[in-house]
Design a protein around this ligand. Structure first.
Ligand SMILES: Cc1cc2nc3c(=O)[nH]c(=O)nc-3n(C[C@H](O)[C@H](O)[C@H](O)COP(=O)(O)OP(=O)(O)OC[C@H]3O[C@@H](n4cnc5c(N)ncnc54)[C@H](O)[C@@H]3O)c2cc1C
Length: 281
């Protein structure tokens, strides 16, 4: 973002985030790209330790009560680190948005402080093997049985899945309803779902290795009914709200990545000589 557009507080925030970016070891990024590191939990913990996760959320939950623009300022800086680390930084903001807006007071108190302090790591599970654009065609099923929902189905391209403790999962609860009126949103805790939730590594991702991107398979995974976010069959509203930080953070991260690429190219053009002169002269 242009320097002139930033308030003094936003400049200070930007500098704080730049400091986090400088903290990230170069070797970590190389190891992630080589698939030697599957999920950089220490990086998420460090961002949490600096109180830089979920900046928009109320201070009572561990956020800073800041605005959307502030978060964009932060994300542009984190974007310099590449897609994987930018996505992992965004996830508490994305999953947290669903909890802040649609969660009950008990759900907020249970999960938000744990997420923002880095005690619990999160991921969002929307995309399925049949495709992602047709979100409302979701085929993962959730059937109510007493005080639990039983989940069956698959999700893929879930960033952070390998290290996540909690997943925001969308599943069909009413197959008879119109597509956008039959989905529900759940927080699935890995520890509660047990072996009925399998998380597999996704190999060969270009530019997004090391971010824990995984495939989830639910086979009769039992999720407490108290983990339903918003009303049953009410996931359309959760999805549309969650997609605001989802897309916003993707765009701001991409801006940071583009800036970093330009800076690297400009530095190289300063060094590189051709036809007897620097190519940037
Ligand atoms: C960096 C990154 C991070 C991601 N993180 C996550 C995550 O954390 N969790 C998660 O669940 N998912 C994640 N995704 C997956 C993402 O949500 C999907 O990639 C996206 O929804 C598109 O789905 P798809 O890849 O299956 O493409 P498709 O839906 O198969 O679409 C492929 C192309 O076909 C076009 N298309 C689709 N349908 C039609 C049609 N009917 N007519 C004409 N054209 C059509 C689309 O516009 C697109 O250009 C991530 C993706 C990326 C790139």
């Amino acid at each position: 973002m242009l320097e002139a557009m930033l308030t003094p507080a936003q400049r200070a925030l930007r500098d704080e985030v730049r400091d986090l970016v400088k903290w990230v070891p170069r070797q970590l990024i190389l190891d992630m790209d080589d698939d030697r590191v599957r999920y950089p939990r220490g990086y998420v913990a460090e961002a949490a330790r600096r109180r830089l996760l979920g900046l928009r959320f109320p201070t009572e939950y561990g956020g800073r009560g800041l605005g959307w623009v502030d978060e964009i300022v932060a994300l542009e800086e984190v974007g310099v680190l590449g897609t994987s680390l930018a996505c992992l930084y965004s996830l508490p903001s994305i999953v947290g948005e669903a909890i802040v807006r649609f969660g009950s007071p008990e759900q907020k108190a249970r999960w938000l402080p744990a997420i923002l302090s880095g005690r619990l790591t999160v991921a969002e599970a929307l995309t399925e093997p049949r495709g992602g654009s047709d979100f409302f065609g979701t085929t993962t099923r959730a059937r109510r049985e007493g005080d639990v929902y039983v989940l069956d189905g698959q999700k893929r391209f879930v960033v952070g899945a390998e290290g996540a403790d909690l997943f925001l999962v969308y599943a069909r609860t009413d197959p008879e309803a119109r597509p956008h009126e039959g989905l529900s949103a759940f927080i699935v805790e890995r520890s509660e779902a047990g072996s009925e939730l399998r998380v597999e590594h996704v190999y060969g991702l270009m530019g997004t290795r090391g971010g824990g991107t995984g495939r989830l398979t639910f086979r009769g995974a039992r999720v407490p009914a108290t983990n339903l976010i918003g009303p049953e069959n009410g996931a359309a509203a959760v999805f549309y709200q969650m997609m605001i930080p989802e897309r916003m953070t993707s765009a701001a991260g991409a801006l940071g990545m583009a800036r970093a690429a330009l800076e690297i190219a400009a530095r190289y053009a300063d060094r590189r000589k051709a036809f007897g002169q620097r190519i940037r002269s």
